[in-house]
Design a protein around this ligand. Structure first.
Ligand code: NAP
Length: 278
């Protein structure tokens, strides 16, 4: 059995998760990287990272992955709950089964992984649970009600969890990315188009699409989040929360702005984005 730290990173087939897996590996951590599209993780295989088929909505898949890690290494030190996507569209237009799937991936998926690694972490009297939320976990963006709700929920779940796991020697850390280059914005834009691209919400959807287009151009590299995860995972006394990436400064401003000011800010950002996109 090993003395190197062992990590499981979910959603490692793309964007932020891929960068996190690489960076932890570079820092000497034994990394297990999971996602549904295993073939999209060949680059990680080439680095010597173990890649595994993982669907966070499937309890059997989650159990298989954690069992394999424990049987091969005898421990789990770090869980990075990164798998997630952005369901967009007006609440009135989004079918409830899609809303449930959003929560199943972004919230219950993370919880499933947490439940699965906790027996090992409790036995070790140590462990780090790192939940990737979003700026949208604190500041709502238009036509993203279910995504925003899932990330607000993950923020709240993490706060409660931090308190209940701290006496057991297990730390919970939240990472709040701003806009990051990945597949996220394209998947979100596709939801927006198919769900509310026509009908009464079209003008709001067009504006939200313009914001996504602009935001994409100013997005930060995934490695800025990977660096924060390294700190959350490996520093002796991690902070409770970290944020980075384009636009994440709004989290600081949020503390001083009223709800009405934030609403007005979206109006201003929306108008500017539409001008920019023309
Ligand atoms: N990019 C941003 O601007 C941004 C900003 C704030 C927060 N975030 C958050 O950061 C996290 C990573 O997103 P990203 O930007 O890197 O997006 P991405 O490029 O679309 O990557 C998302 C990852 O999640 C995985 N995933 C989705 N559903 C899954 C499931 N059921 N089971 C297992 N894995 C699943 C995908 O893998 P498979 O499809 O292969 O399963 C993929 O590897 C997400 O939680 C996202 O909400 C992103």
């Amino acid at each position: 059995m090993t003395h190197r730290k062992v990590a499981l990173v979910t959603g490692a087939s793309s964007g932020i998760g891929n960068a996190i897996a690489r960076s932890l590996h570079r820092n000497g951590v034994i990394v297990y990287a999971g996602a549904r599209r295993v073939s999209r993780m060949n680059d990680l295989d080439d680095l010597g990272i173990t890649t595994l088929a993982l669907d966070v909505t499937d309890p059997i898949s989650v159990e298989n992955v954690v069992d394999r890690i424990v049987s091969e290494t005898g421990r789990v030190d770090i869980l990075v709950n990164n798998a997630g996507y952005g369901l967009m569209g007006a609440l009135e237009d989004v079918p409830m089964d899609q809303a449930r799937d959003q929560f199943d991936v972004n919230l219950f998926g993370a919880a499933r992984l947490i439940q699965s690694v906790l027996p090992m972490m409790r036995q070790q009297h140590s462990g780090r649970i790192i939940n990737i939320t979003s700026v949208d976990g604190k500041v709502a963006q238009p036509l993203a009600s279910w995504y925003v709700a899932s990330k607000f929920a993950l923020e709240g779940l993490s706060d409660a969890l931090r308190l209940e796991l701290e006496p057991l020697g297990i730390q919970t850390v939240v990472i709040e990315p701003g806009a990051i280059q990945s597949e996220w914005a394209d998947i979100a834009a596709e939801h927006l188009r198919t769900t509310s691209g026509q009908g009464p919400y079209k003008p709001t959807a067009d504006r939200a699409a313009a914001i996504l287009t602009v935001v994409k151009q100013f997005s930060s590299k995934p490695r800025v989040i990977a660096r924060l995860v390294d700190r959350a995972a490996l520093s002796r006394r991690p902070k409770t929360r970290y944020h980075a990436g384009s636009g994440s400064q709004i989290l600081v401003a949020r503390r001083f702005l009223s709800d009405k000011m934030i609403d007005h800010l979206w109006q201003v950002i929306g108008e500017a984005a539409e001008r920019f996109a023309r």
